[in-house]
Ligand binder design. Structure first.
Ligand code: COA
Length: 191
């Protein structure tokens, strides 16, 4: 698949490149990313290279896994703010995954990036998917808030559903279907 940029009036999403390696490596030192994402910990620059060469590039080539780096739209050589991707694309479905660098959090970056990626995921002239899956380790309220804001319904907790660095963990699982509203559809649970 040809690499594709997505943008709104504030953000530019484009496939990450080797020029992003310093920022990827620095962001992935963050304990919050290590706590909630299946990245290696400790995270070395060679892990970033492996991510780009063994996941990002082949994912775009096959169309089965699409990853975007998020930056300010008016600064397309600018610093990386976040990473977002659709993985396991096939049979009308994909799984959404994301992280925001610690220097860019709590500014609505992932709310906007998620909206852009979901628009592309469902659009008939985009990927034309029927549903997108969101999963997070139980207790990841910031991720759940992003998913809730995007319209996902959390359909339950699946016990020992995920494996993070060799340890099985319970996960929240939610879905968004093509025709669902892209806004909160259920009350925010007391956390
Ligand atoms: C989860 C994460 C991506 C959120 O990114 P972000 O760009 O800071 O999120 P936003 O600024 O768009 O905030 C979205 C909502 O979540 C809320 N939120 C974000 N971080 C929060 C936090 N630490 N505590 C409480 N609420 C939080 C925001 O207030 C906002 O709510 P609102 O829409 O009612 O105002 C970011 O915290 C992160 O990278 N965490 C570590 C990696 C991770 O968990 N990835 C997901 C794995 S499933």
């Amino acid at each position: 698949m040809e690499p594709l940029d997505l943008r709104d009036d504030r953000l530019l999403l484009s496939p990450p490149t080797e020029a992003d390696l310093d920022d990827i490596t620095e962001a992935c030192q963050d304990p919050q990313i290590a706590a909630w994402v299946t990245i290696p910990a400790p995270y070395a620059r060679s892990d970033g290279e492996g991510f780009l060469r063994q996941a990002v590039v082949p994912g775009w080539a096959s169309g089965s896994s699409l990853t975007w780096a998020v930056r300010e739209a008016d600064d397309d050589d600018g610093r990386l703010l976040a990473m977002i991707g659709l993985d396991g694309i096939g049979d009308g479905s994909a799984e959404l995954g994301f992280w925001v660098a610690p220097w860019a959090r709590r500014r609505g970056v992932m709310t906007r990036a998620t909206a852009l990626v979901l628009q592309h995921a469902f659009a008939p002239d985009g990927l034309g998917l029927e549903r997108v899956l969101w999963q997070a380790y139980v207790g990841n309220w910031p991720s759940r808030r992003v998913a809730w804001r995007a319209g996902f319904r959390v359909e339950g907790t699946v016990r020992l559903h995920g494996v993070q660095r060799g340890v099985r963990r319970d996960m929240w699982v939610g879905t968004l279907l093509r025709g669902d509203p892209r806004e909160p559809v259920e009350p925010w649970p007391a956390d």
